[in-house]
Design a protein around this ligand. Structure first.
Ligand code: KG4
Ligand code: ZN
Length: 357
């Protein structure tokens, strides 16, 4: 296995695993040459992502998006050192569109292709140049908080991930989206809920803190979601009074921040057992954009002498910079993927094929 070789050129990355169509080009040293994200607003009217519509929208959006980032980067496909695409986990239609598109470019121009695990892309974002002083060397603890995933992962090396805990019901972003829906905030509701919570009183409604103080570092959000539903259903049908909605939003967000920090504290203990030298907690996923969650996680990290790294907001949610970066890291290790690599809806980070040969 080649170790850390500098690549002969830039890498193109594509993201299409859910409802963001994204493309990015990174230079061989990982600096960002161009990036673009198209968030598919078409799903808002359905209150959730419709997989078939998402796949068609990726197909419609990708060619122009790729042309745009290549143009912005001032590159031809022949200048590239490789093409990477999210190839799972996610919605299979979108994964097929993105990975087939990337394979097409790779075949046409004789380039290596990398089938990127979307979770690995979130996990490695902290290692992008300029994100963390010193470049986030392995090992570190990752808290992945997104709409589809909620897990604590010991990131011990490229391809070496140990899942310490996960959600036993809803993902945290899913809980944000469902509560936002109850409050009439549209979809996806996480950012809108955070804005509303800023004007609310978090102490007005007593909401549960699921699993707080329990051993282990699994998460649970369905009880909290149900508790919010009970509060909301005590009101007459129709929009909630503005201040009441704000107080519920603030109470919910505060409960999530507390629970997440408690689970992170347990995960840090488990992580230290495995990796006594590790000293960094990294957050990723769309919910990592939430300032209340960030603040409580920063505190949990500091209490154990850990540094805390959160990517800039645009790199927290789904994006192609992280996909290109994961592709770049794998190419540096001489680990491209075969062109017949099949995208897959489920692809855990600790799957045997994640480990480098
Ligand atoms: O990582 P992501 O872009 O997509 C995946 O789910 O993989 O995460 C999207 C999720 C959505 O549930 C969205 O509501 C949530 O992240 N989110 C937030 C915030 N920004 C995005 N939740 C709470 N506060 C935010 N500021
Ligand atoms: Zn994601």
């Amino acid at each position: 296995m080649r170790q850390g070789n500098e690549l002969p050129g830039p890498v193109l990355g594509l993201e299409s695993s859910c409802d963001e169509t994204a493309a990015a080009v990174l230079a061989a040293d990982g600096s960002i040459l161009a990036e673009a994200v198209l968030s598919q607003s078409v799903h808002a009217r359905y209150g959730g992502v419709v997989p078939e519509i998402a796949a068609r929208a990726h197909l419609a959006g990708l060619p122009a998006l790729v042309a745009r980032v290549m143009d912005e980067a001032g590159l031809n496909f022949t200048d590239l050192a490789g093409v990477a695409a999210s190839s799972g986990p996610g919605l299979i239609g979108g994964l097929i569109v993105g990975s087939s598109f990337a394979k097409g470019i790779a075949i046409a121009h004789g380039l290596p292709f990398v089938a990127v695990n979307h979770l690995e892309a979130h996990a490695l974002t902290a290692r992008l140049p300029g994100q963390v002083e010193g470049g986030a060397p392995f090992p570190y603890l990752l808290l992945l908080l997104s709409g589809g995933h909620c897990q604590c992962v010991a990131v011990e090396g490229l391809g070496r991930y140990v899942r310490l805990g996960t959600t036993i019901d809803d993902a945290v972003g899913e809980a944000f989206d469902k509560v936002a829906k109850m409050l009439g905030l549209g979809w996806p509701g996480g950012p809108a809920l955070e804005r509303l919570a800023a004007t609310g009183d978090a102490a007005r409604f007593a909401l549960p803190r699921p699993l707080r103080g329990r051993p282990g570092c699994d998460f649970s959000f369905s009880g909290l979601k149900t508790a919010v539903m009970q509060v909301v259903s005590a009101y007459p049908p129709g929009p909630l009074p503005q201040q009441d909605a704000a107080d519920i939003a603030a109470g919910f967000q505060c409960a999530v921040a507390e629970v997440v920090a408690d689970r992170a504290a347990h995960a840090l203990e488990a992580f230290i057992q495995r990796n006594p030298a590790g000293r960094l907690l990294v957050v990723g996923g769309g919910v990592a954009a939430n300032q209340a969650a960030r603040a409580s996680l920063r505190e949990a990290a500091a209490a154990r002498g850990f540094g805390f790294a959160a990517p800039p907001l645009r790199l927290c949610g789904d994006n192609a910079v992280m996909v290109a970066w994961a592709g770049l890291e794998r190419l540096r290790h001489g680990a491209p993927s075969p062109l017949d690599h099949a995208p897959r809806p489920r692809w855990p980070l600790d799957a045997p094929d994640m480990v480098l040969a």
